[in-house]
Design a protein around this ligand. Structure first.
Ligand SMILES: [Zn+2]
Length: 303
């Protein structure tokens, strides 16, 4: 555990990312836990903390798989994620696994991420202030990664818990049906404008200092580079999502297991095509995508 204030602890999970996450414990008048995807070794200690309030940054399994171990706590989440936490069927549908992944791999995936439906007792909304006694924090609805993704600003402490805006080298993830490239860009811009002293990231090294905004900019640039690669493939003749995704413009090399990363690659390509369409650079006719501006090269697209 990493103590960042007398009564605020980061429950760090630097290893094996994406089945677990970094969480935050506020040992306050109302003991509060932000996210519950910590390593099992912390479970006993955290249960002793008599958590009364459990706030989930979003509904992905790596952020709420121990929710059920806090039956006394009031669980809060953004309503845009209520659907995916209600059933495995909904969860898989949002990841497009229902149509793209074979049952065998779906089962392995759900075991690996420790999915279980979770109850919610109340919602959080953008701008809402939550006070736990001596501490207060503000909910920032930051969609893009998924529709209900939220960050939490601690104005007196100068940091933002950024959850899955997590500075990973391979860039942001927005491979769900409820994900959005422009939303992700707006959320990153909004975070940058806050100018926090530091961030608590949901994965990898939890405390991230980014005084000059370089890390956030690099993270944002990764999205724009992907956007350009997808545009180049579209303007180079690729005309279905599958054709473009098979060139791996997102991951470049599809990570293992390929069976479960393929829908992420495919969906992120699809999300980029939708954004290109919104920008007037792409059109679609059924399953066929086409360049909407003819006679120009991709270098002329101001992406
Ligand atoms: Zn997530």
């Amino acid at each position: 555990m990493h103590q960042i204030d007398r009564h605020i602890k980061v429950i760090e999970f630097p290893g094996r990312p994406y089945a677990n996450c970094n969480c935050l414990l506020l040992e306050d008048d109302i003991p509060c836990l932000i996210d519950a995807g910590f390593d099992e070794s912390h479970l006993e200690d955290l249960q002793k903390s008599s958590v009364q309030l459990l706030v989930n940054s979003h509904g992905h399994a790596d952020h709420c798989h121990y929710n059920h171990m806090f039956p006394e706590a009031k669980v809060l989440m953004h309503p845009a994620n209520y659907e995916i936490i209600a059933s495995a069927e909904n969860y898989l549908k949002d990841l497009a696994f229902d149509t793209m992944v074979e049952q065998e791999w779906t089962s392995l995936f759900m075991q690996a991420v420790c999915y279980r439906p979770t109850r919610v007792d109340g919602e959080i909304q953008d701008g809402q202030e939550i006070s736990t006694g001596r501490y207060r924090f503000q909910v920032l609805h930051m969609p893009g990664h998924c529709a209900g993704h939220c960050c939490f600003l601690f104005p007196e402490k100068g940091f933002v818990f950024t959850s899955d805006i997590e500075f990973a080298e391979f860039g942001p993830w927005y491979g769900a049906v409820s994900s959005s490239v422009p939303d992700q860009l707006r959320s990153i811009d909004r975070l940058a404008a806050i100018g926090a002293d530091y961030y608590i990231s949901g994965h990898h090294q939890p405390v991230v200092r980014d005084h000059h905004g370089r890390k956030l900019k690099a993270y944002r640039d990764t999205i724009l580079q992907r956007q350009r690669r997808v545009a180049e493939l579209l303007y180079g003749g690729g005309n279905t999502v599958e054709e473009i995704a098979k060139e791996f413009p997102i991951y470049r090399r599809l990570p293992n297991p390929r069976q479960t990363f393929w829908p992420h690659e495919y969906m992120m390509v699809y999300k980029h095509l939708l954004y290109l369409e919104e920008q007037g650079y792409a059109g679609q006719d059924g399953a066929t995508w086409f360049p909407a501006k003819t006679g120009i090269g991709t270098t002329h697209l101001s992406l």
